[in-house]
Design a binder for this molecule. Structure first.
Ligand code: HEM
Ligand code: HEM
Length: 164
């Protein structure tokens, strides 16, 4: 993103870094054979930062509307797709925050996770928020792919229009 160094721009990059770290630590945690408590603790910290900053961004979106677009849109369909993807990118981390907190609360595992005595992901297996958490993480990954592809496309066309 370019533009002035305002809150929405700083929040965007804090959320981007924390979402990236939460996705990597989340998939690493569920896909490795040995359980790593450090990975779960790091995941909860990254996920909480991503979720809480997303919550602030959504509250500001509701109160003041969406931030001005950085790149101009050239058609109604482009405006519609871009607004829909941005809205989903603002909201999906909230579903991850709610379902993540839901898993920890329903399992009552927070004291053990904090004390370093928690021993595995099995307690989450039958909890309803787990499926929502997994589905929301995959959706976010897909949306991020579209979002980063669109950013690269805009940067490429900007460089081409400057150099040609
Ligand atoms: C490498 C990662 C990323 C890049 C290169 C990137 C790039 C950009 C760019 C260039 C814009 C401005 C689009 C415009 O207004 O015309 C933008 C806006 C936006 N991005 Fe990203 N982004 C990244 C990661 C993320 C992540 C992880 C999220 C959320 C989960 C996100 C959510 C948003 C949202 C909601 C907007 C609309 C403006 C706002 O509300 O802040 N982005 N991004
Ligand atoms: C934007 C924020 C977050 C992202 C992107 C995220 C992403 C992920 C991903 C990708 C997985 C692995 C899913 C899979 O294997 O299909 C995962 C699992 C998990 N996440 Fe998150 N997460 C976030 C926030 C949180 C928060 C705030 C908490 C807790 C307070 C949390 C707790 C967990 C737990 C306990 C698991 C393991 C579930 C299982 O047993 O399969 N996450 N997360």
């Amino acid at each position: 993103m370019s533009g002035s160094l305002d809150f929405s721009r700083i929040a965007h990059w804090i959320i981007a870094g924390a979402v990236f770290a939460a996705l990597v630590s989340g998939f690493a945690m569920t896909r490795s054979d040995a359980f790593s408590l450090t990975l779960l603790q790091a995941h909860i910290a990254f996920g909480a930062v991503a979720g809480l900053f997303s919550l602030i961004r959504v509250l500001s979106w509701v109160a003041r509307g969406a931030p001005a677009r950085i790149y101009p849109v050239s058609s109604r369909i482009q405006a519609l797709v871009s607004s829909a993807v941005h809205a989903a990118l603002r909201l999906v981390p909230l579903a991850l925050l709610a379902s993540g907190v839901g898993m920890i609360a329903l399992s009552g595992s927070f004291p053990e996770i904090a004390a370093g005595t928690f021993s595995g992901l099995a307690v989450f297996e039958t909890l309803p928020p787990r499926n929502l958490h997994h589905a929301a993480a995959s959706l976010l990954l897909g949306l991020l792919g579209l979002h980063i592809a669109a950013a690269l496309w805009h940067w490429r066309s900007r460089i081409r229009s400057v150099t040609s």
